[in-house]
Design a protein around this ligand. Structure first.
Ligand code: BT5
Length: 319
């Protein structure tokens, strides 16, 4: 808490000196305590200069998604109140699973780099250092386990809305879990769950957004992109992180209160899948046809050549 209040004061006076005495008076702690915390902040990448007479001056903040940097933009009531930041981790979804039972609803885990980021069905998710948003949100909704699949859609529209809000560009959802910008994948969502037959213990929403990444491995070239590559300017990861979480809380609450019908029109409006001839690899097998709509349960409705309409709950779509 002291550290957060100290940072707030330094930020309010960014670019100007603030005396050690003033800081210690305002924060009601000794000047030695201030000095200790300043050193900690410097170690984390805050550029702070000290002058024996003038005091301390904050020159710049690190490009890290730590709580102090993201929280000024957060307007949520519960998502992100418990916030865990890691410089390196295997996968934020893995840590989320380990701790989910013992942490509050809305806990966020975010990392600068993942060494074993995961996609669906054991696929891997490239998560290079400092260039993306690699995070997991732990939710404990009071819904039926079979409805949890809708939370992928809730997360997808939240990412699309956040990208629109912060960068004024329109991205689209490739059902069920890809966010597409100019025909390339800019974000993927991995929803995992632990449940009893009729009760959810927790759901983990893993969101990976390529923000300032500019170098993808050969196999992803042509398929993956980043906001930086598409907008040609370096992007503020902090604002986007907060905006995704703000939107997620809003649409999650709306979904819980009003059901999927409330978010369905947005899922349809933002879908890049509907109206296209597609091939889906689903539990039911391989299905070819035209994607016609998303139904009231969040399933993709596909009309086959024979005119048969099939509702698919999850699967891998290709065009
Ligand atoms: C996904 O799976 O798209 C889900 C990705 C979820 C990532 C987040 S990051 C935070 C959290 N922690 C984790 O460990 N995971 C979540 P899927 O639909 O199966 O797509 C995986 C495929 O996307 C791969 O097989 C690649 O072809 C492609 N891919 C991998 N890394 C990518 C990247 N950075 N950008 C775009 N495409 C990528």
């Amino acid at each position: 808490m002291l550290r957060q209040r100290l940072l707030r004061l330094l930020k309010e006076n960014k670019g100007e000196y603030i005396s050690g005495q003033k800081l210690s008076d305002e924060l009601n702690v000794s000047r030695t305590a201030i000095w200790k915390h300043i050193n900690e902040l410097k170690n984390e990448g805050y550029q702070i200069e000290a002058h024996h007479k003038l005091g301390y001056i904050l020159l710049s903040e690190p490009d890290l998604l730590i709580y102090e940097e993201v929280s000024p933009y957060l307007t949520t009531d519960f998502i992100g109140k418990n916030y865990i930041h890691k410089l390196v981790i295997d996968s934020t979804n893995n840590l989320a699973k380990e701790i989910a039972s013992n942490v509050p609803d809305g806990t966020v885990i975010i990392a600068e780099e993942q060494t074993a980021g995961r996609g669906r069905l054991g696929r891997s998710w490239i998560s290079q250092k400092g260039c993306g948003i690699w995070m997991s949100i732990i939710l404990k909704p009071n819904i039926q386990p079979q409805e949890a699949i809708n939370l992928t859609q809730v997360a997808a529209i939240s990412v699309v809305k956040a990208i629109e809000e912060v960068f004024h560009v329109e991205s689209k959802i490739k059902w069920p879990n890809d966010i597409i910008l100019n025909n390339k994948k800019v974000c993927g969502i991995l929803t995992e769950m632990s449940s009893e037959i009729d009760k959810i213990n927790y759901v983990i929403i893993g969101i990976g957004v390529n923000v300032n990444c500019d170098n993808f491995p050969e196999e992803l070239k042509g398929k993956a992109t980043s906001l930086y590559l598409e907008t040609n300017s370096k992007v503020d990861r902090k604002k986007l992180t907060a905006s995704i979480l703000n939107n997620l809380e809003f649409y999650y609450n709306a979904y819980l209160q009003k059901g999927f019908v409330y978010i369905r029109p947005i899922c349809i409006e933002k879908s890049i899948t509907i109206g296209r001839q597609i091939k889906v690899i689903a539990n039911e097998g391989e299905i070819e046809g035209k994607a016609v709509t998303i139904d009231n349960n969040g399933s993709l409705v596909v009309e086959t050549k024979e005119g048969k309409r099939l509702s698919i709950m999850s699967g891998d779509v290709s065009v």
